[in-house]
Design a protein around this ligand. Structure first.
Ligand SMILES: *Cc1c(COP(=O)(O)O)cnc(C)c1O
Length: 397
């Protein structure tokens, strides 16, 4: 057997294969340059056009584009009326932004555990965690797999809660016969470069509710409006505007939205390629001893942001850390999604403790994210498989 790179052997790959990356072509570059030469750099016609196209793509009435996905979640929590004393239920197996957005408004994130098969939030545990202070649920479509939206929406109706779906991983994912973004009260997408399509930084909220839409628009620009339906005084001159509430500057630029439109045109091709790569991964890895491939719910057709395997650690001599570092030394860009949010020092300081979500904590110990992005070649994927075989054969008992 070849010596592991981490022990001084030759790595499987000469160059590093990242776990995710953007796919930018000449057309993308051209539309950005064209917009830079136009009259608008920040809010202009491209923002509106991007919003309309996103809304149409997911099948929602409205879309509001913001400076990033986290700002979008913050705006959604504001529109939902989250404030001091309110509890919002979310999953621990997510990026911290899914819970931080609640804290920004003085609310309290409450973590429900995950389902041991799908790794998405466990709907029964959501119901157990509901109190008379609960105001909203922020379920996350982890890796791109839709949460059980029918059950979550039913629960929300029963307890009068607002559902803000964090679909940062899931643009293009279908739940039953609808796209995510058209079902929850509000749905957030992110356009960070590792996500399906990018605007550099960027995010959007989609909704079918006009009131929520108006609140999102207000929050994006300082709480300021020129809308005569919303202002308290309509007898002023045309310079006049009013600040109705405390908002932020969460605007996205016109050239970012020009890029977003161009990227959106390619989204279905990107998703197609991601699904192709996942099929190859599933096929090769299901035969590999000690590796559990991702579970796929029949209600969700995932657009696959991440490909996360679970190691059966009892079958190996090394732990996840050793295996992870050995794969990285082979120049395979592995990652871990995610450190359960409640285990971060900041959250511990707020009083959250280990043991709160035992399933998520156990799942976290064995997960590894493998590279997945549409510009990956089949040969790149073969390198990942070879590196996994090399490393796992070394550590297997
Ligand atoms: C990427 C991401 C976000 C938003 O991130 P931004 O970088 O602010 O766009 C939110 N939630 C999850 C689960 C994410 O992965």
């Amino acid at each position: 057997m070849d010596k592991l790179a981490i022990l001084g052997g030759t790595p499987i790959r000469k160059d590093y294969l990242p776990y995710g990356r953007q796919n930018i072509d000449e057309e993308d570059i051209k539309v950005i340059v064209d917009t830079l030469k136009s009259d608008y750099l920040t809010t202009g016609p491209k923002v509106k056009e991007f919003e309309e196209k996103i809304a149409k793509y997911v099948g929602a009435k409205y879309a509001v584009a913001l400076s990033n996905g986290t700002a979008a979640l913050h705006a959604a929590c504001y529109a939902a009326g989250i404030g001091e004393g309110d509890e919002v239920i979310t999953t621990p197996l997510t990026f911290a932004a899914s819970a931080n957005c609640v804290l920004y408004l003085g609310g309290t994130p409450v973590f429900a555990d995950i389902d041991p098969k799908t790794y998405n939030i466990d709907v029964e545990d959501i119901e157990r965690k509901i109190t008379d202070k609960t105001k909203a649920i922020i379920p996350v479509d982890y890796t791109g797999q839709a949460v059980d939206l029918d059950k979550i929406m039913e629960l929300a109706k029963k307890y009068n809660l607002i559902v803000i779906e964090d679909s940062a991983h899931a643009i293009g994912t279908e739940y039953k016969d609808k796209k995510v973004g058209s079902i929850a009260d509000m749905t957030e997408f992110s356009f960070h470069p590792v996500k399906h399509i990018t605007t550099g930084e960027g995010g959007v909220i989609t909704t079918n509710d006009k009131d929520l839409y108006e609140k999102l628009i207000l929050f994006r620009t300082h709480g300021i409006t020129r809308d005569s339906d919303l202002m308290t005084d309509n007898n002023q001159g045309s310079w006049y505007y009013e600040q109705l509430d405390l908002g932020f500057n969460y605007r996205i630029t016109d050239f970012q939205c020009a890029l977003g439109i161009s990227q959106l045109n390619k989204l279905d091709d990107f998703i197609h390629r991601r699904r192709e790569l996942v099929n190859i991964y599933n096929d090769k890895l299901s035969k590999m001893d000690g590796v559990i491939t991702p579970y796929e719910s029949k209600d969700s057709n995932s657009s696959w942001h991440l490909y996360v395997i679970q190691l059966e650690l009892e079958k190996f001599n090394g732990d996840r850390k050793e295996i992870f570092e050995a794969l990285k030394a082979e120049n395979i860009g592995v990652n871990v999604h995610y450190i359960p949010v409640h285990l971060h020092p900041y959250y511990k300081k707020l009083g959250y403790e280990k043991g709160l979500c035992p399933v998520a904590e156990r799942v976290y110990e064995g997960i590894i994210t493998l590279p997945l992005h549409p510009s990956m070649k089949n040969e790149d994927l073969d390198d990942v498989i070879m590196a996994l075989e090399k490393v796992l054969d070394y550590y297997r008992k």
